[in-house]
Structure formats: C-alpha cells, structure tokens
Design a protein around this ligand. Sequence first.
Ligand code: SF4
Ligand code: SF4
Length: 141
Amino acid sequence: MQPFFERHSLHFSCTACGKCCATAGEYYVFLGAGEAEAIREQLGLSKSWFRRRYLDRLEEGVLVLATGQDERCIFLDSDGRCSIYTARPLQCRTYPFWPELVGSQRAWQREAARCEGINRGARVPRQTIRKALKACTEQEG
Ligand code: SF4
Ligand code: SF4
C-alpha cells in the first residue's frame, strides 16, 4: 500500500509555537555530516568550546545537539525561536515530513497532538513531502 501522504492530502502551517524543539527527554536532534560544522561556523565559536557547550554524544557515539534547560533544544531561545535558524539541521528543516510520520494516518494524527501546525493551513504539495523524505533517506544513507 502507498504511504498515507500519497493517498491523502496533508495540511500543515507552522505557528512557531516551538513545541517540536522541546524534546522533553524523548528524542534527540541528530546531526548529519557537516551540520555541526555549519552551526559552529555560524556561531563563530572555537571547535572545542562549541563541542563542549552545544553537542552531546550518545552511548553509541552518535552526535546530537545538546539539551538545554527544561529539556528544550539548546538553540531554542526564550521567545521560542530557533537561534540558528538558517543553519538548523535537516531533521528540523524537514519536520513534520519524516517517513515515520507521513507513512500512516495513525502516526500523522498522533503527531498532531504535539504539533499544532499539523492539519492547519494549506495543502502541502506532494512534491514537497517527497523531497523532504528523499533528503531524510539520503542523510540516513
Ligand atoms: S510544533 Fe509544529 S507548529 Fe509548533 S513550531 Fe514545531 S512545526 Fe511549528
Ligand atoms: S536546532 Fe532550532 S529548529 Fe532544531 S530543535 Fe533546535 S531550536 Fe528547534
């Protein structure tokens, strides 16, 4: 069977509520090749300081963004905005068009409980979703 987004129109409009950047200890923001360096360059920090302050490594050695106060992404500012917006990782840029979210109606509707932008606003062109999925798959690659 085709994935859910190919069979139904998905609507999405981000309200900038910032909830998807509050990990609540449930998930991580993973970094693909070159993404940590792009953020570091944008911030203009030394490699060692950036690594200590903004990155974490999971037990299996995988690189993720550090978590800040109240289990929020360390780059979420006090106004609920991303402070590295133009260099934010692919995981953030493609949300909520992740394979595990757009593949089934159940997953999509469950995510809507967390993200108030889901099921809001205009229909998202399927091509946009396909592009996001392709980028996610290539990064996992
Ligand atoms: S939770 Fe959804 S609506 Fe809120 S900032 Fe994230 S993507 Fe936008
Ligand atoms: S990098 Fe920016 S968009 Fe991504 S989780 Fe952190 S604050 Fe949110």
